[in-house]
Structures are given as structure tokens and as C-alpha cells.
Design a protein around this ligand. Structure first.
Ligand SMILES: [Zn+2]
Length: 156
């Protein structure tokens, strides 16, 4: 399924066997590029978490759910690219792994662009991403003003 509207591309698709080695067939990929203002398209339903938040805006409840996730749920490898109004100090980048357990915050080469990545169990990719962005909302000491530009969740 895909929708393209208002500058946002939303896609949730199975990875076909021709694209990936057979052992990865059945893997699910959920990814989206958000508009330059970080706002989602009006047709954002696939990215609304059970608490009513758009995954790209984050959900603290989804983040807190990570710690009690049912072991039967799929593990998602998740990545969120965001821009920050101010540089995040190196010390804070290094602290993220301690706060976020299995999360890492990296700075690609572009100034003020950051990549938050990690793994967690969640029922859907939407909840996995909402929770990862929710981690930022819940830890304003890391970054107080940010705009999510791209999100991705892949079952491993
Ligand atoms: Zn939520």
C-alpha cells in the first residue's frame, strides 16, 4: 500500500522474495519520508498509533510500552531521522545508549541532522516508530526541539 500526498510518501509493503534473500521473505518494511515541516499527509491513518498519535510525532505511551512488550511480538529495527534546532552535545549523544537501552543516536555528516536507531518489540511498525520518537519526547534533555523527517521500521 502506498500513498503520496502533501509531500509525504507513506509505504507499508512486504519485501518480495525477488528483492531479498529467501531467509528474509515475510519481512515487513514500514517507511516514510515526511514533509519538510515534519507534518504528515492528511492520509496518515497507517501511521496513527493506538493512542492516536502520528508515529512521526512520537508517543510517550508507545515508548513506555516497549518495556512491557510481549515477547511474542515481532522485533523491529527502527530508525528515525530528525533535525534539531540546536546541536546536540557529543556527551548527550553518548548518553543515549544508557537512557534508551538499545538505542543509539548518531550524527550523519549533515549538520543538525541526527539518526536515532534501535530495536524494540511492538505489534506494528507504527507503534515501534511512535515509541522511538516518544523516547525523544520523554527525554527532552537530549533534544528539546526537533523535526522528524524520515521514519523506518523493519521486522528482523
Ligand atoms: Zn502510542
Amino acid at each position: 500500500m502506498s500513498a503520496k500526498e502533501g509531500g509525504a510518501i507513506i509505504a507499508t509493503r512486504p519485501v518480495s522474495p525477488s528483492e531479498q534473500p529467501a531467509r528474509l521473505s515475510g519481512r515487513r518494511v514500514s517507511e516514510a519520508k515526511l514533509g519538510s515541516r515534519g507534518q504528515s499527509a492528511t492520509d496518515a491513518a497507517p501511521w496513527i498509533c493506538p493512542h492516536g498519535s502520528h508515529a512521526g510525532n512520537g508517543c510517550v505511551a508507545c515508548y513506555h510500552a516497549f518495556s512491557q512488550a510481549d515477547p511474542a511480538l515481532p522485533t523491529w529495527t527502527i530508525a528515525v531521522w530528525f533535525t534539531s534546532e540546536r546541536p546536540v552535545p557529543i556527551r548527550v549523544l553518548k548518553d543515549v545508549r544508557r537512557h534508551g537501552d538499545r538505542f543509539a543516536l548518531d550524527q550523519p555528516s549533515t549538520p543538525l541532522v541526527y539518526l536515532l536507531s534501535g530495536q524494540s518489540r511492538a505489534a506494528t511498525g507504527t507503534e515501534a516508530i511512535a515509541g522511538l520518537v516518544g523516547f525523544l519526547l520523554d527525554n527532552r534533555n537530549i533534544v528539546d526541539a526537533f523535526t522528524v523527517t524520515e521514519i523506518r521500521a523493519v521486522t528482523s
